[in-house]
Design a protein around this ligand. Structure first.
Ligand SMILES: C[S@@+](CC[C@H](N)C(=O)[O-])C[C@H]1O[C@@H](n2cnc3c(N)ncnc32)[C@H](O)[C@@H]1O
Length: 349
């Protein structure tokens, strides 16, 4: 087993849960040694490098090494540090310099643009050493923001009906599904969750109630199929509350459902309560139907609707109790610039 440091993205709690679920579903032999808001330190056997493209919440992965085993024989080296824990930094820095001095290697130190950490976009001909207290690690895998831009250039886009690529990947991985499995998004919108699942080799079904969006989703997935290697998909024009009419059985449901009307100003309490009641009915009817056809997990988002002096939310606890569904996890999720916060439920149906 080798030790790796996973550098986490914006939502560390979600990212940690995603890493654990991903490694478990792929049957990796692994032990989590430490986790905090910035990194996960894990011992893993035979890490596959595609992991960096498949995780949504990890920015980079670095392989831990011991300075006494370092073996770099170059005339010249350019390196810099991304520091996530300073406890032993001075000693690590000194030992590294001593090593290169003993090798007569010319050293050029590169500084990160900000906060003592290289961002994934700071690429180039240098080594990014990740330092976390007593550990030093060499960055071996970095997430590629250009891939996201390319995938976001699909034909149909609706900014009010889209889940981000990053969140879609996290949701899929939280369900524990992997290549060869089947997934349904019963509120599939423009198809981002389906798209990311298809790239993981998962067979997908989508249901969408709005005709224009349904057509848009189909053209997006057809575009994806032309440009990438994907698994099979089928999209239905219909209602999530009738899911079993379209799909007989799936391993997992992963969905960001309708979260209520778009709010650009804070609603009053009455309006927020109306939205809450409407969504409670929709979620009850949909989850009741989804329970019939899901073999493993349901990952489902529910909004927190703000009003001037407080907030309200669909009655998920009551719904899940009535339907006798077990909650494995609930995570809070906020996205910058969005009035509505969200709760992510991982459910056993
Ligand atoms: C938040 S969006 C989904 C976003 C999607 N994950 C994406 O990335 O495009 C929710 C979608 O649910 C659709 N919808 C609303 N009510 C529905 C229902 N009862 N059955 C199926 N789809 C519904 C909306 O038209 C909308 O496209």
């Amino acid at each position: 087993m080798k030790d790796y440091i996973f550098v986490l993205g914006r939502d560390p709690e979600l990212s940690v849960a995603e890493i654990k679920s991903y490694l478990k579903s792929r049957r990796y032999d692994f032990t989590i040694k430490e986790e905090n808001k910035k990194i996960v330190l894990a011992a893993i056997n035979n890490l596959n490098e595609k992991i960096i493209d498949e995780l949504g919440g990890t920015v980079k992965i670095a392989e831990v090494f011991n300075i006494k085993d370092i073996n770099i024989n170059q005339d010249k080296i350019k390196y810099g540090f991304s520091i996530y824990g300073y406890k032993n930094f001075k000693e690590i820095d000194r030992k590294l310099k001593d090593y290169f001095k003993s090798q007569k290697t010319k050293v050029i130190i590169k500084k990160p643009k900000k906060e003592n950490k290289f961002s994934p976009s700071e690429k180039g001909n240098f080594i990014d050493f990740v330092v976390y207290n007593n550990y030093i690690a060499k960055t071996i895998l970095v997430s590629d923001p250009l891939q996201y831009i390319k995938r976001d250039s699909k034909p149909y886009f609706d900014r009010l009906k889209v889940t981000s690529i990053r969140l879609s990947k996290i949701l899929i991985n939280l369900s524990g599904i992997k290549e060869g499995g089947s997934l349904l998004d019963p509120f599939c919108g423009t198809g981002t969750i389906l798209q990311e699942a298809l790239l993981l080799g998962i067979n997908c079904y989508g249901i969408e109630k709005d005709h224009k969006t349904y057509e848009g989703c189909k053209s997006n997935l057809t575009w994806l199929k032309k440009n990438y290697k994907t698994s099979k998909f089928e999209v239905f024009y219909g209602d999530a509350r009738e899911s079993s009419k379209f799909v007989r059985e799936v391993d997992c449901v992963v969905t960001e459902p309708y979260l209520g009307p778009f709010l650009n100003v804070m609603p009053d309490e009455q309006k927020a309560t109306r939205i809450k009641n409407e969504l409670t009915r929709l979620y009850f009817d949909s989850l009741k139907e989804l329970k019939k056809i899901t073999r493993k997990k349901i990952v489902f988002i529910s909004p927190i609707i703000p009003f001037r002096r407080g907030s309200t939310k669909p009655e998920m606890e009551t719904i899940l109790k009535k339907l006798n569904m077990k909650v494995d996890f609930v995570f809070n999720y906020q996205s910058p610039g969005n009035l509505i916060d969200r709760e992510i439920y991982v459910l056993s149906p």
